[in-house]
Design a protein around this ligand. Structure first.
Ligand SMILES: Cc1cc2nc3c(=O)[nH]c(=O)nc-3n(C[C@H](O)[C@H](O)[C@H](O)COP(=O)(O)OP(=O)(O)OC[C@H]3O[C@@H](n4cnc5c(N)ncnc54)[C@H](O)[C@@H]3O)c2cc1C
Ligand SMILES: NC(=O)c1ccc[n+]([C@@H]2O[C@H](COP(=O)([O-])OP(=O)(O)OC[C@H]3O[C@@H](n4cnc5c(N)ncnc54)[C@H](O)[C@@H]3O)[C@@H](O)[C@H]2O)c1
Length: 435
C-alpha cells in the first residue's frame, strides 16, 4: 500500500493549489480524481469558464444571421478552450516530482486509508483533504422527458433550442436565460418564488426589465407539478418547449466517500462539518470548497486553500473567521454585483448613495447606460458597508469596493481617489461624493 504525506480527494480549485504548494515543500501528494474529463475541477470543465466563454460569445450572436450555426460554432470554441485548460491543469500537477494524479473514485476505509475504485487498490496518507465539489439538486417533481438537461449537459447541446424553459431563478438559471436569449432562443424562466427576492426592489426592477428587454419571459410563484415530454405543468397552466434546463441549486458531492468509515461528520447543509480552520471532526481530515456546503464559488474554494495552507504549512492565523470581504456576481448581459449589506439589510443608521448609469460618460461609450451604482455607508463614520451595482462592468468594479472594505475605507477615501478616464470606476467619485 503506497503512503503519501497528503491525499487530496477531487481535483478542485483548493486541492490543486494545495498540491502545488505541498510539492514545493517536498511533501508527497496523491490527487485522486474520479473522471479524466474533470481534471481541473468544475470551474474549468463545466462551471465558470465554459459558461462565461459562452456568455461572452452570445453577445456577438446579433451579428450573425444563422443563429443555430453560430451557437454550434460558439460551443466548439468553448470546447477548444476547455480541452486546452484541462490538459494544462493535468500537466501542471503531472509534471511535479512529488505529486501523483490517480484517476479513480475515492472512498474512506478508515481515517488514513482510501479505497480507489474501480481498481480496488488502497493508499494511505497522514493528512486527507476532501475537495469533491458539488452536484445539481434533483427535482422534487416528476420528470418524464428526454429534453431535460442539467447545466453541464446544456453546455454540450448540439443545437440552439427554439424555446428553452429554465426551471429555477438563481445564478445558473438567470445567467443561462440571459445567454440563450442572446443566442436567439425564446426563453421562459419558471420559478417557485419571486426573482432574487432577498435583493433590493430597485435592483430587481432593473434586472427583470433588462432580461425582459432581451426577450426573457418570467413565470414567478409557480408551483411545478411535472415535466412530461415537451410540457412543463405548473399552477393551472403549462408551457411547451424543446429544451428544459433544471437549475434548482447544488448540494455537496460526498455520497461516494463513505465518511462514516473515517468518523467524519456531515453538517445541516449536507456538507462535511468543519471548524474555522476547515478541519473535520477528525483533525487530520480537512474539507475545502463546495464539499463543505457553504458558499459555492471558485474564489471561496481558493480561499479555503489559503486557510488549510496557513494551518498545515504556515502560522495558522488564517481562518474562516477572518476571510476578506468578497462580492457575488450574476453574469447576466448587464451584470449584477453585490458585496456586504444591501439597502434592505442595512436598517437605520446608514446613508444610501446612488448614481444612475445614464449620468456616467463611460456607460455611453459602452452603449449600455442601464442600471445604477448604489453604496451603503455608516452614517456616523462614512465607512463603506456594502454596494449593489447593476451596470456594465459591475463584475469588475465591485472588486474595488471589496478592497476598500477590507481596509475599512470611508466614503471620503473613494470620493477623493484618482481614477482613470474614461472608465466605469470613475463613477465611484460621484457616488461617494454624495456622502
Ligand atoms: C454552471 C456553473 C457556473 C458557475 N459559475 C461560477 C462563476 O462564474 N464564478 C464562481 O466563482 N463560481 C461559479 N460556479 C461555482 C464553482 O464552479 C464551484 O464553486 C467550484 O468549481 C467548486 O470547486 P471545488 O474546489 O469545491 O471542487 P470542484 O472543482 O467541483 O472539484 C471537485 C472534483 O472532485 C471530483 N470528485 C467528486 N467525488 C469524487 C470522489 N469520490 N473521488 C474522486 N474524485 C471525486 C469531481 O469529479 C470534481 O472534479 C459555477 C458552477 C456551475 C455549475
Ligand atoms: N456567477 C457565479 O458566481 C455563479 C454562477 C453559477 C453558479 N454559481 C454557484 O452555483 C450554485 C448553484 O447555482 P443554481 O442556480 O443551481 O442555484 P441557486 O441556489 O442560485 O438557485 C436555485 C434556484 O432554484 C429554485 N428552486 C429550487 N428548487 C425548486 C423547485 N423544486 N421548483 C422550482 N424552483 C426551485 C430556487 O428557488 C432558486 O431560485 C450557486 O448557488 C452559486 O453558488 C455561481
Amino acid at each position: 500500500m503506497k503512503h503519501y504525506d497528503i491525499a487530496i480527494l477531487g481535483f478542485g480549485k483548493a486541492g490543486k493549489t494545495l498540491a502545488v504548494r505541498a510539492n514545493a515543500l517536498n511533501k508527497s501528494v496523491a490527487v485522486v480524481e474520479k473522471s479524466a474529463q474533470m481534471y481541473g475541477g468544475t470551474c474549468i470543465n463545466v462551471g465558470c469558464i465554459p459558461t462565461k466563454k459562452l456568455i461572452t460569445l452570445s453577445k456577438m450572436a446579433k451579428f450573425h444571421e444563422n443563429k443555430d450555426e453560430f451557437f454550434k460554432k460558439a460551443v466548439g470554441l468553448k470546447n477548444e478552450l476547455i480541452l486546452a485548460l484541462r490538459a494544462k491543469n493535468f500537466a501542471m500537477l503531472d509534471s511535479l516530482k512529488n505529486v501523483e494524479v490517480i484517476t479513480q473514485t475515492a472512498s474512506f476505509v478508515d481515517k488514513n486509508t482510501i479505497l480507489l475504485s474501480p481498481s480496488g487498490e488502497k493508499i494511505t496518507a497522514d493528512k486527507i483533504i476532501i475537495n469533491t465539489g458539488s452536484k445539481s439538486i434533483k427535482p422534487n417533481f416528476s420528470v418524464k422527458s428526454d429534453i431535460v438537461y442539467q447545466s453541464d449537459e446544456i453546455l454540450e447541446l448540439g443545437h440552439l433550442p427554439k424555446h428553452l424553459v429554465v426551471v429555477g431563478g438563481g445564478f445558473i438559471g438567470l445567467e443561462m436565460a440571459s445567454m440563450f436569449a442572446n443566442f436567439g432562443s425564446k426563453v421562459s424562466v419558471v420559478l417557485r418564488s419571486e426573482i432574487l427576492k432577498n435583493e433590493d426592489d430597485d435592483v430587481r426592477e432593473v434586472l427583470i426589465k433588462n432580461l425582459e428587454n432581451q426577450g426573457v419571459n418570467f413565470i414567478q410563484n409557480a408551483k411545478i407539478s411535472e415535466i412530461n415530454g415537451d410540457k412543463i405543468y405548473f399552477n393551472d397552466s403549462f408551457l411547451e418547449a424543446d429544451a428544459f434546463l433544471l437549475s434548482l441549486g447544488r448540494t455537496p458531492n460526498i455520497d461516494d466517500l463513505e465518511l462514516k468509515n473515517a468518523g467524519v461528520l456531515v453538517n445541516k447543509r449536507g456538507g462535511v462539518a468543519t471548524d474555522e480552520c476547515l478541519r473535520s471532526e477528525i483533525s487530520d481530515i480537512f474539507a475545502v470548497g463546495d464539499a463543505r456546503g457553504d458558499e459555492f464559488f471558485t474564489y471561496i474554494s481558493l480561499d479555503d486553500f489559503r486557510i488549510v495552507n496557513s494551518y498545515l504549512f504556515g502560522d495558522k492565523t488564517r481562518t474562516k473567521n477572518n476571510r476578506s470581504p468578497y462580492a457575488k456576481v450574476l453574469f447576466t448581459d448587464t451584470p449584477f454585483a453585490k458585496i456586504g449589506l444591501s439597502e434592505r439589510e442595512a436598517g437605520e443608521n446608514v446613508k444610501v448613495l446612488k448614481v444612475m448609469m445614464q449620468n456616467v460618460p463611460n456607460a455611453k461609450i459602452l452603449g449600455n447606460d442601464t442600471g445604477f451604482l448604489k453604496a451603503i455607508c455608516d452614517k456616523a463614520s462614512g465607512e463603506i458597508l456594502g454596494a449593489s451595482f447593476i451596470c456594465a462592468n459591475a463584475h469588475e468594479i465591485i472588486n474595488e469596493i471589496a478592497i476598500a472594505m477590507k481596509f475599512r475605507a470611508k466614503a471620503s477615501d473613494l470620493a477623493g481617489q484618482i481614477f482613470t478616464h474614461p472608465s466605469t470606476s470613475e463613477a465611484l467619485n460621484d457616488l461617494f461624493s454624495q456622502f
